[in-house]
Design a protein around this ligand. Structure first.
Ligand code: G4P
Length: 527
């Protein structure tokens, strides 16, 4: 076996998808702690109160105490190299969050035991389903009162049609966490608290007989529930995990560090390894073909002194060696990778070598755009671009200072090409007032901040009342959409014509009045 194949086989590249406050930062810290990537919980990143470790490259981040940056944390566990891609944890949503999912092989869906499936988890899960990404479910905060375990499992089936396959089952209800029944061998794993979960929690394993003697009713109840599960199709099935129709489930507590080791073991043992990626023609590029990667995220201004742009690329094939000159498949231009880094929060380390599944941050990447393919040598390769997601927030942008109109235009072009916001235009509105379209309103703030600080062209944003967007394939039907005060048609920079509606009801009404009106979803699975 070649080095590349062996190294790719050791990689596990995943992201945690969750609703804000479900405990993603805490879990990330606990995972890294287990792997000893950091010595003390709290060193990854966090929110207010853990200010010292927040990545604070942007004024806005600092002001709001949030982390907009998203990159990858790499650590080794057992013999595997884990790449944990960070999805921004703030309440607002952005296209970046979705794009990260194009770079992972697996996702961990983190649920709060008291809340179950929440809106943001659902949105992200839809993207996983659309892309066929296998999902592991971690039910968190079991140390606090919450819902019944069976109830949470049923919710997965009822609301998202995902068959749960619990590998562990909690002993003691939420709020009284005694440990778990390991369903693979019927043993009991007792967890012991340590102060604040700052160290990996000690675990003690015992057989069923001893567990029953020590725990009595609690153990019997857990065993009975586990049997019920077995009858309802909850046995682990590797094929169903791989085809994303069923999800292994673990119960735990990130803050107490319960169940975290189990999660890591599951990722190492069962999560998919990097696989050959299909190119634009559907041909699979072998993992041991020469180096190729695609850019899934571009971040500007991380280093205040240099205002540099970092492009994050996922390696798809071959070995990345720092300094190699790659070709950008979009422009056919060379790009030198002298400054390749791993970036997570404030931490930056130089990357010398990377393998399929790894993420490299390419500094000085002003020429790179989201969706670009990079490769070295023949054969050339181009991966499909990243889909743009259905925007749900819209605002008209106008230069606040008309003497800066040129800079304003230039800035908007730059933001558009980086995918910070989508830009829509129409003859009715004119060229001077483009419409920003975004998946989450935070994208507007980032765009406004950058127009002001980088292009010295402050912007005035007037929010539009639309929330629903559809593709309008037949331009001849534009007048129908523009006839209503609750809808409007605009053209995106990529040429797609979008019909915007104030809400689903307005869309339904217009459609009923015009049965021939054809509207297509923008991206399947995200509308
Ligand atoms: P997020 O990144 O998903 O937004 O969530 P984060 O980890 O910041 O956690 C949100 C809150 O939930 C934090 O409390 C955190 O301590 C708590 N939490 C996370 N995991 C668990 C868990 O397993 N059990 C319990 N009981 N709580 C958990 P906070 O009060 O907002 O912040 P902090 O002051 O505790 O840091």
């Amino acid at each position: 076996m070649t080095d590349v194949l062996r190294e790719a086989g050791r990689r596990r590249t995943f992201a945690v998808i969750s609703h804000p406050d479900a405990g993603k930062s805490t879990l990330t810290e606990a995972l890294a702690l287990h792997a000893r990537a950091i010595t003390e919980a709290g060193a990854v990143h966090g929110k207010a109160g853990r200010r010292g470790v927040v990545s604070d490259w942007m004024d806005m981040e600092q002001a709001r105490g949030i982390s907009i940056t998203s990159a990858a944390l790499q650590f080794t566990y057992r013999d595997s190299v884990i790449n944990l891609l960070d999805t921004p944890g703030h309440a607002d949503f952005s296209e970046d969050t979705y794009r990260v999912l194009s770079a992972v092989d697996c996702a961990v869906m983190l649920l709060d035991a008291a809340k179950g499936l929440e809106p943001q988890t659902l949105k992200l899960f839809d993207v996983c389903r659309f892309r066929g990404i296998p999902v592991i479910t971690f039910i968190n905060k079991w140390d606090r009162p919450g819902r019944a375990a069976l109830d949470l499992c049923e919710e997965l089936v009822d609301r998202i049609g995902l068959q749960p396959m619990p590998l562990t089952w909690p002993v003691g209800e939420a709020g009284r966490f005694l440990g778990v029944l390991d369903r693979t061998d019927g043993t009991y794993i007792r967890y012991t608290r340590t102060a604040g979960g700052a160290t990996a929690a000690p675990e003690e394993r015992m057989d069923s007989g001893r567990a029953e003697a020590e725990l009595g009713e609690d153990w019997i109840a857990a065993c009975e529930e586990a049997e019920l599960l077995a009858e309802s199709g909850g046995e682990f099935d590797a094929d169903r995990f791989a085809d994303a129709s069923a999800t292994p489930v673990l119960f735990g507590s990130g803050v107490l560090n319960f169940g975290v080791r189990h999660l890591l073991d599951l990722i190492v043992d069962l999560a998919p390894r990097p696989a050959p990626r299909p190119d634009v023609d559907g041909e699979l590029r072998p993992l041991d073909a020469p180096f190729s990667a695609f850019v899934f995220k571009v971040q500007t201004g991380m280093d205040r002194a240099h205002r540099d742009q970092v492009a994050f690329a996922r390696v798809c094939s071959g070995v990345f060696e720092r300094g190699v000159v790659v070709t950008n498949a979009t422009t056919k231009r060379p790009f030198a990778t002298k400054y390749a880094q791993q970036v997570f929060g404030q931490e930056r380390t130089t990357v010398d070598v990377a393998y399929p599944g790894d993420v490299v941050g390419l500094v000085n990447a002003n020429a790179l755009r989201v969706g670009d393919t990079l490769y070295v040598d023949k054969p050339a390769v181009r991966y499909p671009g990243l889909p743009s997601f259905a925007p749900a927030h819209f605002a008209v942008a106008r230069a606040a200072d008309l003497s800066r109109a040129k800079q304003f235009r230039k800035g908007i072009e730059q933001l558009e090409s980086e995918g910070v916001v989508q830009i829509l235009r129409s003859d009715r509105r004119g060229d001077g007032s483009p419409v920003f379209a975004a998946v989450g309103p935070m994208q507007f703030e980032v765009a406004a901040h950058r127009l002001d600080s980088e292009f010295n062209s402050p912007v005035r944003l007037d929010h539009l009342p639309y929330t629903v967007a559809r593709r309008l394939p037949d331009p001849a039907q534009r007048p129908i959409v523009n006839a209503s005060s609750r809808s409007e048609s605009l053209i995106r920079t990529d040429g797609a014509e979008l019909a915007l509606f104030t809400d689903q009801i307005a869309m339904a009404v217009i459609q009923r009045q015009n049965p021939d009106l054809r509207l297509d979803p923008l991206v399947a699975g995200t509308d």
